[in-house]
Design a protein around this ligand. Structure first.
Ligand SMILES: [Zn+2]
Length: 200
């Protein structure tokens, strides 16, 4: 156990909800708004509450979610594919929403995990500031390690609002990232079957 807390941990603990609300009052003023008008009075409080939800993934440990696995799979040894898991994240460069879907597959060695846990792992990593590339890799490596799987494949297909609402304003642009580990990386026939499953 770490006895000495690093600077970031101390900073996080020492900032109260009230101080975060005050920071949003400042941002509203900076935008040209009057934070004292009726419609905005409760806004900083609501935004802090919303931020707690957007970024709740910092307080959750994905490895703990995958702690409970089941060994009674009667020899099932093919891939388990979960498709169309909704992704709601925020890019770390602009704090703008990343909205899309994830597909996750793994090949169990001896143990499987409850199906809802795959979506939970996607959620925990999504509820942090992210790049789509890192998000894809974090989901894959965590599943691979925690499940001691033979292989893992993760695909994310999403829209970045920092691209659609600002900057080059490409409303239709979507970004697809893939990450393969183990059997999915080594054996193209597995990769191709996975891609066929998620294409439907
Ligand atoms: Zn961005």
């Amino acid at each position: 156990m770490k006895l000495v807390k690093d600077e970031n941990e101390l900073k996080k603990e020492s900032i109260s909800d009230k101080e975060a609300e005050e920071a949003f009052v400042k941002i509203l003023t900076w935008m040209g708004e009057d934070p004292g008008r009726e419609g905005l009075l409760e806004t900083p409080k609501r935004v802090v509450k919303a931020f707690k939800e957007y970024f709740k993934g910092y307080k959750e440990d994905p490895k703990e979610i995958l702690n409970k696995t089941f060994g009674d799979v009667d020899g099932y040894d093919d891939m388990v594919v979960q498709k169309n898991i909704s992704v709601q994240s925020h890019c770390e460069h602009h704090m703008a929403p990343i909205i899309g879907i994830a597909h996750v597959a793994y090949i169990p060695k001896e143990r499987v995990v409850g199906l809802s846990k795959l979506a939970r792992v996607v959620e925990v990593f999504s509820k942090r500031l992210q790049t789509q590339e890192r998000l894809t890799m974090q989901i894959a490596t965590t599943l691979m390690e925690s499940l001691d799987a033979k292989g893992v494949a993760v695909t994310i297909d999403s829209t970045h609002q920092c691209m659609t609402m600002r900057g080059i304003k490409k409303e239709q642009a979507t970004t697809v990232t893939n990450y393969y580990l183990g059997q999915f990386k080594e054996d193209l026939s597995y990769q191709n079957r996975y891609l066929r499953f998620i294409a439907k």
